[in-house]
Design a protein around this ligand. Structure first.
Ligand code: DHE
Length: 642
């Protein structure tokens, strides 16, 4: 089902509520239907309402993002309401009343007429409930302490999707001009219950308390604070060279196959566990600091480099007897991406960090993390609109040129940084599309494929010619992670993504030389049970593609993994990995015959599957496995195998 877009509480919708209230008071209504309690049609309608409508509407509890629906079946007949629900846009083109309330916010929900009948029967059965008076109270004043606390919650939970300055990206704009329209009560409900299409149910999930929700509902109606800049001298002040290069081993001191180590992020513990991929033993727990986001391997694989949400970069040496931190530095206040120099002759020479805030990238020495250069990425967007915030999203390191390629989220450019030149300049900005997020290489390493996820597209950039070659619509909010490459029996090489906003695996042709007729076009779409997918993964030695749905607000779906068969070209199966937490992110071992999956939970687990048989091999549930998320095998990460 397509993702419902997030409706807005507009004057038009409020007018509609007023019409309903007046109609109810004057008695100008059709007869009420007698619907028996316990009627299966009503029961089915209630289930559909809860699943599809309740995120935006209440019955008698006031407006959320859409109006309170109490009494709506008294004010409008079923025929009118059915036409409205089935396709509001089309109906608004035909009907003057519908046109008057249509603002573009009520989505086509993809319901069948039976389902709409059920919902209307359910609304009929509740037609004696009076609509609540819309709550449009402005925000209350916050004390300095409350404002600081709210800023910190916002940074930890909200900024990634809505932006530091709240202008929107993966999530919508939530600056005061919009949030004041929704009001404190509506905002609190959204924060509690989430919204279809990815907004987490922070309250329901027990992550934010009722007090925090009240605080945040007020905070987001106030002007956002602007965080300060972070310049080279200040970055250098944070630099800590823990082990100078001269004191490090010149060959591996460990007997383990360090190239088959897997780094596991323990997100809320601010740690990374290093696991031996052969024995499945935990080799070390490294304190990397606040909310580590990703790990990348240096070109040789010797170093793991972690980046935290607080912008701290940590370098871990895998050649020591037990892996240990050799350097740390903070290049940003907020960051998600990091990578090393991978071109021949530059292996392990430089590290780049992309900042969410300030709008900049920072280049460090690849052995010591000494800060070498900082460059601003703030510019107008591809359409010329002035911006206050441009975040560096995914970064990939080319294996064929001395360059890093990165997505600039708000401005919509794919930027190329040349590390063979003095001061590591940004040498090219290729206009792509707005809100670039995650992405990876195609199978040749020539094309960078990145999601413009708010545009529902994958953008394809030819890094050799430094040109955009395609923008492909794949579905609601594509989120490929690094993506997945394999040979489809019919279409040749393909690249694939899943989506946050709809349950769909989409394959695009990715062989412009061998199969030019399919290149950069959607060649296959496979329906998945559940929205909210973040990652998929495959390996050249695997017959499967693994997919998660951790952001689904349906618990069973958040607990599942799904597997697609490359050969049969269809979904093989979906199955429950755990009975708690969110099942997230996959990584293969070096041989490509095992898949590791995280159960993202304070009582976290790592589940290891035999890839050939899809059977569970080992479940690790130790107290140190606190909120495991991403996993990065050294060999696969250094060589961009996905
Ligand atoms: Fe991520 C990759 C940003 C939420 C786990 N995440 C990325 C990348 C970006 C990004 C830009 C690509 C980095 C690269 O390749 O250089 N992520 C964001 C956000 O802005 C967002 C939506 C919200 C936020 O506030 O951070 C977000 N991400 C999450 C999560 O909730 C996850 C599941 C757990 C967490 O740490 O918060 C999460 N993101 C990951 C992982 C990767 C990632 C595991 C790397 C995937 C890979 O296979 O390479």
């Amino acid at each position: 089902m397509p993702r419902p877009t997030r409706p807005r509480l507009t004057l038009g919708l409020l007018a509609a509520i007023a019409v309903l209230v007046i109609a109810a008071c004057t008695g100008a209504m059709p007869d009420r239907r007698e619907m028996a309690a316990g009627d299966p049609v009503i029961a089915a309608g209630m289930a559909t309402f809860d699943e599809t409508c309740a995120a935006c509407h209440t019955i008698g509890e006031g407006p959320l993002v859409g109006p309170d629906l109490a009494g709506v079946t008294l004010a409008r007949d079923h025929e009118w309401l059915t036409a409205w629900v089935l396709d509001p846009e089309a109906f608004a083109a035909l009907d003057a009343d519908a046109a008057a309330i249509y603002t573009g916010s009520m989505p086509t929900l993809g319901l069948g007429t039976d389902e709409v009948d059920g919902v209307l029967a359910y609304l009929d059965s509740k037609s004696d409930v009076a609509p609540a008076v819309p709550v449009l109270a402005g925000p209350r004043e916050l004390s300095a302490g409350e404002f600081d606390e709210a800023s910190s919650v916002y940074f930890n939970r909200c900024a990634g999707c809505h932006g530091t300055l709240r202008a929107g990206a993966t999530g919508p704009n939530i600056q005061p001009e919009r949030t004041l329209e929704i009001g404190t009560a509506g905002l609190a409900t959204i924060l509690t219950n989430g919204l279809p299409g990815g907004m987490p149910a922070w309250g329901e999930a027990g992550i934010l308390t009722a007090e925090e929700i009240e605080l945040m509902a007020n905070f987001v109606q106030l002007d956002p604070p602007t965080p300060p800049p972070l310049e080279l001298a200040e970055i250098t002040d944070t630099w800590n060279l823990v082990v100078p290069v001269a004191d490090r081993p010149t060959e591996p001191l460990t007997d383990r196959d360090w190239e088959n180590f897997t780094g596991v992020i323990l997100r809320d513990a601010g740690q990374v566990a290093i696991m031996d991929g052969d024995t499945h033993e935990q080799v070390a727990i490294i304190d990397t600091g606040f909310a580590v986001h990703i790990l990348r391997s240096s070109a040789t694989g010797r170093y793991f480099v972690a980046v935290g949400r607080d912008g701290r970069v940590t370098m871990i040496d895998l050649w020591t007897e037990v892996p240990e931190i050799v350097a740390q530095v903070q290049g940003c206040f907020d960051a998600r991406s990091v990578d090393g120099s991978k071109f021949e002759g530059y292996e392990d020479q430089y590290i780049i960090e992309g900042c969410y805030w300030p709008p900049q990238y920072v280049v460090f020495d690849g052995q010591t993390l000494e800060p070498l250069a900082v460059h601003d990425v703030l510019s107008p967007d591809i359409n010329g609109k002035e911006l206050d915030e441009v975040r560096v999203a995914a970064i990939v390191a080319s294996h064929f040129d001395p360059v890093w390629v990165m997505g600039l989220k708000e401005s919509g450019y794919v930027a190329i940084v040349d590390y063979s030149q003095p001061d590591f300049p940004l040498v090219k900005k290729i206009p792509a599309d707005l809100f670039l997020h995650d992405g990876g290489w195609d199978h040749t390493g020539r094309y960078f494929i990145t999601a413009a996820n708010a545009q529902n597209k994958l953008m394809v950039v030819d890094v050799k010619t430094q040109e955009l070659v395609a923008g492909v619509e794949t579905g609601e909010t594509p989120h490929p992670g690094r993506g997945a490459n394999w040979v489809d029996p019919e279409f040749g090489w393909v690249y694939a993504t899943t989506h946050i906003g709809e349950g769909k695996l989409t394959l695009i042709g990715a062989d412009p030389e061998g199969s030019p007729e399919h290149a950069w076009k959607v060649v296959r779409e496979i329906e998945l049970p559940g929205t909210g997918s973040l990652f998929l993964k495959t390996h050249p030695n695997s017959p499967w593609v693994w997919m998660d749905t951790p952001l689904s607000n349906v618990q069973e779906e958040a607990h599942q993994a799904c597997v697609y068969s490359k050969e049969a070209m269809e979904l093989e199966k979906c199955f429950q990995v755990s009975d708690h937490g969110r099942v997230v992110h996959f990584e293969y071992n070096k041989a490509g015959d095992e898949v590791w999956v995280s159960v993202w939970d304070p009582d976290g687990e790592l589940v290891i599957y035999d890839d050939a048989t899809l059977t569970e091999k080992l479940r690790i549930a130790e107290p140190w496995l606190i909120t495991p998320t991403g996993k990065f095998n050294v060999f696969n990460t250094a060589n961009d195998i996905y």
